[in-house]
Design a protein around this ligand. Structure first.
Ligand code: ZN
Length: 79
């Protein structure tokens, strides 16, 4: 699967990547919603490079486990 096809599975919005805060505000996808006590919610956002990296890890894990890999599901964001 091509990089762009994988990226198209996510919703992109301006934000700060959790691994690359020094890149500033860039297009990011929400990959997790944290619920710190008393602070409502905090979105963990990732840039394209990180999303692709996380998908690679999932694909390898699925291959090792003999299960089917389906991109587009790293997010735990029900927004
Ligand atoms: Zn990043």
């Amino acid at each position: 699967m091509e990089r762009q096809q994988i990226l198209d599975l996510y919703e992109w919005d301006d934000g700060v990547c959790f691994r690359h805060p020094n890149r500033g505000t860039i297009p990011t996808a929400c990959v997790k919603v944290l619920h710190p006590r008393g602070v409502g919610q905090h979105q963990v956002r990732a840039c394209g490079d990180c999303v692709i990296g996380m998908e690679d890890i999932r694909r390898e894990a699925a291959a090792r486990a003999g299960s089917k890999y389906e991109p587009g599901h790293i997010g735990e964001c029900d927004l």
